[in-house]
Design a protein around this ligand. Structure first.
Ligand SMILES: Cc1ncc(COP(=O)(O)O)c(C=O)c1O
Length: 370
């Protein structure tokens, strides 16, 4: 048996006709930019994520940049982020001309440690970005309390967390602003690139919308230097077709995670993901921790299991950020995660037989590598 890490063809087969019908409508009406599919997606997102406003943008990295620029982040500013995230969280800060300040994660959920924020605050700090990593909500209240104490804003990087709940409320509408990604492999993925900024603050939403449209308030009158951050209508249409399926796809991910947890429970040498008491994760990734990780990864791949790494090098030790001077050992939990994490196949259409096969291979390989 071969089990892929992700099977997007399986996701698209049952909804292909609906996507093609929407794309035909766009082609027939030459409605390639903006229009009903973009506004329809935006209102669908506000309903799904419980935020008052959603602004669709060209990708998740741009969502981070536009949200921060609308908050006034610029050169000389610092933004605190976890070292344990996909590089885009850091790039968002850098692309605003500001400096990312990396802090450590908790050693169980691998999410931002609220206690790590305070010691990293300086007079230049403007805000904090927490990441709902792997689809599990970070400790929003814990981080918000530290932000309030220091007069900082909190942002959610919700690229991996859409439809997850924190204390019963959906992520994406919990903090001052959130940024999400519709990269194809995300839980809600476009047929190309996409992203969104969500907020309950009408003025902030207006600021993001202006930046998305070349900084213009009215056509050809530009108040600020903006950009073209628009989402293509064909992507909005595909996402609008997919959004109503997301609750079922999320339920399937949760079922798959339960099967993994049940079948790998008690396996010597395998540390299973921990779920925080406030969290109902959406399992964007199912990440276990093992010793001899690289050998286990290679053996699993050779046995037909599409395992992967998220992520092998934490942001603070990436070459791109070497100028910031973080040494190995500066964020021990993030570094432990990077050297022991292993992502097993996870997507809604994964079958029970595929999960059993993956678990059998994990048991055999981990025993062999011990
Ligand atoms: C945590 C996180 N933040 C930001 C991004 C950036 O999104 P995009 O790839 O759409 O630019 C991603 C995904 O790629 C991500 O996983």
């Amino acid at each position: 048996m071969n089990v892929p890490f992700l099977d997007l063809k399986a996701q698209h087969a049952p909804i292909k006709a609906d996507i093609l019908a929407a794309w035909t409508d766009i082609l027939d009406n030459a409605g390639f930019v903006g229009g009903k599919y973009v506004t329809g997606l935006e209102s669908g997102l506000t309903a799904a994520c419980g935020s008052a406003h959603a602004c669709a943008v060209s990708n998740g990295t741009e969502a981070l940049v536009l949200a921060m620029r609308a908050l006034g982040v610029g050169p000389g500013d610092e933004v605190i982020i976890p070292g344990n995230t996909f590089i885009a969280t850091a790039e968002g800060v850098s692309l605003c001309g500001a400096t990312p300040v990396f802090v450590d994660c908790l050693p169980d959920t691998w999410n931002l440690d609220p206690a790590a924020i305070g010691p990293a605050v300086t007079p230049r700090t403007k805000g904090v970005i927490g990441v709902h990593l792997y689809g599990q909500p970070f400790d929003v209240d814990g981080c918000q309390a530290v932000c309030d104490k220091h007069g900082l804003w909190l942002m959610e990087d919700n690229a991996q967390g859409i439809l997850a709940t924190y204390k019963g409320k959906p992520t994406g509408g919990l903090a001052r602003v959130s940024a999400t990604s519709f990269y194809p492999g995300k839980n809600l993925g476009a047929c190309g690139e996409g992203g969104a900024v969500m907020t309950n603050d009408a003025a902030l939403d207006a600021g993001v919308r202006k930046l998305r449209e070349h900084g213009q308030a009215a056509k050809y009158y530009h108040d600020v230097v903006g950009t073209n951050g628009r989402l293509a209508s064909v992507q909005a249409a595909a996402l609008q077709v997919k959004l109503p399926h997301l609750p079922n796809w999320t339920a399937a991910r949760r079922r798959n995670a339960s099967l993994y947890l049940e079948r790998l429970q008690g396996t010597p040498g395998v540390r299973l993901p921990a779920v925080a008491p406030w969290a109902d994760p959406v399992w964007h990734l199912f990440v276990i921790h093992v010793a001899n990780r690289d050998a286990v990864l290679a053996a699993l791949q050779a046995a037909g299991v599409g395992a992967a790494l998220h992520y092998p090098v934490p942001c603070h030790l990436q070459k791109a950020y070497s100028h910031l001077g973080y040494a190995k050992g500066s964020l021990p939990n993030a570094e432990y995660n990077a050297s022991h994490c292993l992502s097993l196949p996870m997507f809604p259409e994964l079958t029970e037989a595929q999960i059993s096969f993956v678990c059998d291979q994990v048991r055999a390989v981990v025993q062999g590598a011990a």
